[in-house]
Every structure is written in C-alpha cells, then in structure tokens.
Design a binder for this molecule. Structure first.
Ligand SMILES: [Zn+2]
Ligand SMILES: [Zn+2]
Length: 190
C-alpha cells in the first residue's frame, strides 16, 4: 500500500471511529508503528488530524468554532454563508464563497456536498451546479477577491452587466481563487 493510500485509509477509519491508537493502525495496516508515525505526522502537517494522548483523532473545526468561518474564522452572516457537508456528516461553514472555495480545495476528499445561497434570490442551491461571478464591483464587505453565486446563468449575466466581474463555473472558480490568492491569506493588504 502506498503512503497516500494508507493515509486515506486512516482518515476513513477516523471518520467512522473518531480516535485510533497507533498500535491499532499498525496492526490493521500490517506495517510498523514507525511507518504509522510517519503517516500520522504528515496528516498532522496537513492539519487533517490531531495527535492526542491516546492516539490520533480527526480535526473537527466546526466543533471548536461553531459560528466562525472554518477558513478565516470571521463571523458567518447567513446571506453569504456556505455550508460544507462532510462525508462523516459534520457540517462546516464559511463566511462567503471565497472561503468556501479555498476550504473546498483544502479538504476536497472529505466533502460530500457544498451548499450556498443564490445571491439574488436567496434560495439554497448546490454550488457544483451554480454560476460564479468573481471580482465584481458589488463589494459585499467580506473576503477579497469576492465570489458571488447564482442559480441562473441569465441572472448572473445580468448582474455581470451591471457590476462587472468574470462569470465562471464551480470547477474553474476553484482554480481561479487559488491563482488569485497565490498563497496569501484573506486578510493580506495589497
Ligand atoms: Zn472566511
Ligand atoms: Zn468571507
């Protein structure tokens, strides 16, 4: 089994069982405890798990900070908020789609759904099928560059005519936001 496969297996077990001891993992994977330590250290670096006194546990950001954005820790306002439904049925929230996309990129393998609100109609929609308008002049007072979400392509286009910005899809927005951030945090001044 490759390191990446072992790490994925460890995460899957942790989602079902919450905590595991190193010895247990070593037994199940039939590798040395040294190898498990190495896999776990790399998961710790990726901020996916925590080492505890009795083993390893999944990082649960939603629990530690129930109302803040799980990417930038800003308070979450309902209108722009994004819900990330994880495969273990936990729910994370981000303050806006800017952080939603960045968080999605971080923990994609653990996300089963990403839910947000249509910017104009305020209805709940699935982000994967929505239209994204990036860097408009609307200035919603959250994270820059701003990302607005629309259910209808027609309305997104109409909004773009008034407020500018680039119209794109979920997949392309994920790439565009990474490029725009280029390794900086949301709060860097330019
Ligand atoms: Zn945020
Ligand atoms: Zn934000």
């Amino acid at each position: 089994m490759l390191p990446i496969e072992r790490k994925q297996q460890i995460l899957t077990w942790l989602q079902e069982e919450e905590t595991l001891r190193i010895a247990e993992i070593s037994e199940r994977l039939e590798v040395s405890e040294m190898t498990v330590y190495r896999d776990v250290s790399s998961l710790v670096k990726e901020q996916k798990v925590l080492k505890t006194s009795n083993g390893v546990t999944l990082i649960d950001l939603a629990k530690g900070n129930p109302k803040g954005c799980s990417y930038c820790a800003k308070p979450v306002q309902s209108r722009l908020a994004v819900q990330l439904i994880l495969t273990n049925h936990q729910v994370e929230q981000t303050c806006c789609m800017h952080c939603g996309l960045l968080r999605y990129n971080e923990i994609e393998s653990r996300i089963s759904q990403i839910i947000c609100r249509d910017f104009l109609k305020d209805t709940t929609i699935s982000a994967k099928r929505a239209y994204f308008l990036m860097e408009t002049n609307a200035h919603m007072n959250c994270c820059q560059p701003e990302v607005l979400v629309f259910d209808s392509h027609k309305q997104a286009k109409q909004f773009q005519q008034g407020f500018g910005g680039q119209l794109t899809t979920f997949e392309k927005a994920l790439i565009a936001i990474e490029k725009a951030m280029n390794g900086h945090g949301c709060h860097d001044s330019h």
